[in-house]
Design a protein around this ligand. Structure first.
Ligand SMILES: [Zn+2]
Length: 303
């Protein structure tokens, strides 16, 4: 009798544990939806068909605290493509070819304004490039103007964070040029640096970006959305471009990121300062100019 009761108790505990695990999995899946770019390999964050299905619900639940626009459909498993660093109207770089002991911190979207991040960037004079969406930065305009006033460079991440690849020229032109017009109004000048949402682009993107005044587009070779720098290949090295997002606790994460950069004998620098010297059609210096094969697991809740 006692033995059976004990067996039932054990079974109950196992069932509860399974249910809890299922809830955790569901939650983390939802969190991923709010986070477009995310893997260190430069491979598009896997937007799986299941996550696409759940988009409407998660967007609804998060819309009270953030202003994340509808998640555009992304092609599952899409790689960075052959155009990285290749011939085009503007260069596309995932790393900066330089022997200076520098790396580049980029922060995307603009969905969340962490006052501590502003304090860290200001107090420690951290050079960062912000790839902002018009749809997101509008609600926190003053925050981003404050960041600009302490040295953060405003770059473009389109108006509505649409997946540009395969879209017609008129659509892409509007997404890029409208963002530049809005940014010029808010920040005093139009961005010249650009990151296509999800890292997805095609030749039309590059042509339209150039016609909107963009001089260079950027992918990334490392991510740090958890505060831990994860590189696509090997240790952090000179020229790496680090992808982060405006998310809660960004200030704390930036402190960790800065410490890791310094521990590697590197320092953060302004992307803008290295663009002019980057040859327009130079082959990408990264070892994996070809589509990277397997993406390392993305940092927990990705951007
Ligand atoms: Zn983004």
């Amino acid at each position: 009798m006692v033995r059976r009761a004990r067996a039932l108790a054990v079974l109950f505990v196992v069932l509860v544990a399974c249910a809890a695990a299922a809830i955790v999995v569901t939650r983390s899946g939802d969190a991923d939806l709010t986070a477009p770019e995310g893997t260190a390999s430069g491979v598009e964050p896997s937007t799986t068909s299941s996550s696409t299905t759940a988009t409407s619900t998660s967007t609804t639940t998060t819309s009270t605290t953030t202003t994340i626009p509808p998640t555009p459909t992304s092609v599952p498993g899409v790689s960075v493509g052959p155009l990285i660093g290749g011939p085009g109207p503007i260069p596309v770089l995932r790393r900066i070819p330089t022997t200076d002991r520098v790396v580049f911190i980029t922060i995307d979207d603009g969905a969340f304004a962490d006052p501590d991040a502003l304090a860290v960037i200001r107090d420690q004079a951290i050079p960062v490039t912000m790839f902002l969406n018009q749809a997101m930065f509008r609600s926190n305009g003053q925050y981003f103007r404050d960041l600009q006033s302490v040295g953060a460079v405003v770059g473009s991440h389109t108006s509505n964070h649409a997946n540009l690849r395969g879209k017609d020229a008129a659509f892409q032109h509007a997404e890029i040029c409208d963002m530049n017009a809005q940014a010029a109004e808010l920040f005093g000048h139009a961005p010249t640096l650009f990151r296509p949402p999800y890292g997805n682009y095609d030749q039309t993107t590059l042509q339209q970006a150039a016609s909107c005044g963009i001089v260079a587009a950027f992918h990334w070779s490392a991510t740090a959305d958890t505060g831990e720098i994860i590189t696509a290949e090997g240790p952090l090295q000179a020229g790496d471009i680090i992808l982060m997002h405006f998310k809660p606790d960004l200030g704390m994460k930036l402190r960790f990121v800065l410490a890791q950069i310094q521990a590697a004998g590197l320092r953060p620098a302004r992307l803008q300062d290295y663009v002019a010297s980057a040859p327009a059609t130079a082959p990408d210096a990264a070892p994996t100019a070809a589509p990277a094969p397997a993406a390392p697991a993305a940092p927990a809740p990705t951007p």
